[in-house]
Design a protein around this ligand. Structure first.
Ligand code: 5RP
Length: 226
């Protein structure tokens, strides 16, 4: 049986799938909430015959698209997307986001930037007053990663190299992730600029002024904010 949080993820994933119209090119985010989105899109393709093409933000999402029959394209074929739908780790009242819990932030930012509209799907636990309680994921090059982490540390946090099975986790792009516990981020745009300026940083998990709509699942039901 599904637990409540999983039911909320399913509800928002299915709701988001209704925003996708026939003929659209769709950016497919990553994570356990996006799983339900991809599944629901597969069902709409099968039952309603809508024709869409997706670009996945991770190898895992690409595998789900294959499993559920969602056709894929790529940026060699398509430069612009109609909509991108993705999860998030934190969402503040201005729709600024922390993403990257699943280590897919770089490709997620590419598909977010490519889309006319970015829809974020979350359960209510992700809604926060201030970003930062969730340690900010930053993708960095493996080369001299200790040096890059040292520069990030000067911004007032102690970055932690993300590990998998005791080894540095390697992203789909061949890079590392450091998780940066800032605790409370007063000015997300300023922090993003400062981290981006450090050599060795590939991308940050701060998504500034990108989200247009947030679909939130709670015990009360599904709420759409935009
Ligand atoms: C992956 C992400 C995910 O969207 C984020 O971690 C939310 O995941 P979930 O839906 O599993 O809670 O940014 O890099």
């Amino acid at each position: 049986m599904m637990n409540t949080q999983e039911q909320l993820k399913k509800a928002v994933g299915e709701k988001a799938a209704t925003f996708v119209k026939d003929g659209m090119k769709v950016g497919l985010g990553s994570g356990s909430t996006v799983y339900w989105l991809v599944r629901a899109l597969g069902e709409r393709i099968e039952q309603e015959g809508i024709q869409i093409e997706g670009i996945p933000s991770s190898i895992q999402t690409g595998a789900w698209a294959k499993e559920f029959g969602v056709p894929l394209t790529n940026f060699a074929e398509t430069k612009e997307l109609d909509v991108t739908i993705d999860g998030s780790d934190e969402v503040d009242p201005d729709f600024q986001l922390i993403k990257g819990g699943g280590a897919a932030l770089f490709r997620e930012k590419i598909i977010a930037q490519a889309a006319e509209k970015l829809i974020i799907i979350v359960d209510e636990s992700k809604m926060v007053d201030h970003l930062g309680a969730y340690a900010l994921p930053v993708e960095i090059l493996p080369f001299a990663w200790e040096r890059t982490a040292h520069e990030i540390e000067k911004l007032d946090c102690v970055p932690v190299l993300r590990l998998k099975d005791g080894e540095p986790l390697v992203t789909d792009n061949g890079n590392y992730i450091v998780d940066c516990p800032f605790e409370r981020i007063e000015d997300p745009a300023d922090l993003d600029r400062k981290i981006q300026a450090i050599a060795g940083v590939v991308e940050t998990g701060l998504f500034i002024d990108m989200a247009d709509t947030v679909i939130i699942g709670s015990s009360e039901g599904v709420t759409i904010k935009d």
